[in-house]
Design a binder for this molecule. Structure first.
Ligand code: GLN
Length: 213
């Protein structure tokens, strides 16, 4: 694709503006998606964090759930952050009764995986495709009541795992080694929120996936 890709941000809940700004810094044109016609006009889509149970309900209210499932099946590139990662997962642990996902990624995510005691933390993570590039530094990541990937199928590439230590040097007690960023084909998912750090390299990775598709 020679032209600037147009990437939608699902605008039902979450950091819509921050994702749009990061996409624009990464060279895409960002648009809000709330309707089916808007979904049909984008080259890729970001699913922001928020509350996956609420987004699941809103997707049904806005009649976007089936069109989105179909779009994922048809190969639309989608990047899900935090609750967005939950939405992309084929299987979910710790969901509420009746909670559904869009699916597409052959993973089991555990919701609120870090538990109450460490419901938020920051860490500098090595992320494949980003920090391993020439001159690439670790990615500062922010986890907010985040999920992790409990189990992943063979087609899923783990891009980052929970480190042993947080940025403040404290030991990460829960989940060290669990997958927190992954890619499967045109789907990208992170447990963390890259839109709030000012570092748009995760968005740039997604923009390059969209441009290549
Ligand atoms: N805990 C939220 C959920 O289960 C996700 C949190 C987030 O997106 N920051 O949906």
């Amino acid at each position: 694709m020679n032209t600037t890709p147009t990437i939608g941000v699902l605008a039902l809940q979450g950091d819509v503006r921050e994702h749009a700004a990061a996409l624009e810094r990464a060279g895409a044109r960002a648009v809000a998606v709330r309707r089916r016609a808007e979904l049909e006009a984008v080259d890729g889509l970001v699913l922001p964090g928020g509350e996956s149970t609420t987004i699941d309900k809103l997707l049904r209210v806005f009649e976007l759930d089936e069109p989105l499932r179909a779009a994922v099946r048809a190969g639309l590139p989608v990047y899900g952050s935090c609750a967005g990662m939950i939405l992309l997962a084929d299987r979910i642990e710790g969901g509420i009764e009746g909670q559904r996902t869009l699916g597409g990624m052959d993973v089991t995510v555990r919701r609120n995986a870090f538990g109450r005691q460490v419901d938020s933390f920051e860490a500098d993570l090595e992320v494949a495709g980003i920090s391993d590039q020439p001159g690439g530094a670790a990615v500062r990541t922010v986890f907010i009541r985040a999920p992790w990937i409990e189990e992943a199928g063979p087609g899923v590439e783990a891009l980052a795992r929970i480190p042993e230590r947080a940025t403040d040097g404290s030991r990460v007690r829960v989940g060290a080694g669990k997958i927190v960023a992954a890619r499967q084909g045109r789907l990208l998912a992170t447990s963390f929120h890259p839109e709030i750090t000012g570092d748009s390299r995760v968005h740039a990775l997604f923009v390059s996936m969209v441009a290549a598709s």
